[in-house]
Design a protein around this ligand. Sequence first.
Ligand code: NAP
Length: 286
Amino acid sequence: MPVVDVNTKLVGLLGNPLGHSFSPAMHNKAFETLGLNYFYLPIEVTADDLPTVAAGIAKMNFAGYNITIPHKIRIMDCLDAIDPLAQAIGAVNTVVLEKGHATGYNTDGEGFVRSLEAESGMTVDGKRYFILGSGGAARAIAMTLAFKGAQKIFLCNRTEQKAHDLAVEINTKVSPCSEVVPRDPARMASAVQQADVLINTTSIGMHPEEDRIPIESDLIPAGVIVSDIVYNPARTKLLQVAEAKGCKTVPGLGMLVYQGTEGFRKWTEAEPPVEVMFEVVRALKG
Ligand code: NAP
């Protein structure tokens, strides 16, 4: 148990409910590893209380906080400044406090990019992406890829209107690189053939429905890098099928850890102990 004293810098996690989060253990182990006098604590907050809690935290010895479901959008009304990428994504998951001034960031997309680059060896700029899904995680990933110079982002979603709305936002706010692909096998096959990376951002394949796959295996070409942001199970059916075809694969755990390393870096200005953070999350997942 770390010693918490009057000089301890606090970092919070605001959400509701918080029972399942890996973040407190991951960050506290990282602070301890580097000998930093920081402590990360979960704080369950209702939507009604969020503005009061955010204002109170800004007056206390907090370096910042993470925000999770269901407050990632509502918190934006409680901040002094919002980073342009978080503004484009339309959600904040990380807040940095400097002398009471609160700045909001979104590190989900950056976490995805760091994981993809670290685990596949590629760099994201100038590449073509096929994204399954158009929910919150897809928004963060697609906007971040567009900010980082993606050449093409194909979006394919069960509710096509949501893919269309996201593509319009990417094309108008960042760069005209996004295109909607209808959920028709021939249209999907043609787009995936053009892609360097196929990314599943839907919840299909997540425990307990581990036998499900978000795209027919016939549509996955052998040369594409396949990334699945679902991290429970660690190796989804999609990744297993892709591996059997000889594709490079990128599991979802990395995005989870790296979205945290980006917050850690902002709060402490120290280089995060990435491997320690991975070990904590792997151990908690069992
Ligand atoms: P979300 O906003 O609710 O979006 C869910 C997406 O999945 C939507 O595009 C939805 O399509 C699609 N979907 C759900 N069920 C489907 C089905 N039966 N058939 C076809 N499409 C379906 O959720 P989210 O926050 O983006 O999270 C999505 C997944 O990513 C979850 O499994 C979550 O655990 C994971 N995730 C991982 C990380 C990480 O760090 N690795 C971070 C964030 C999220 P519709 O629009 O048609 O409903």
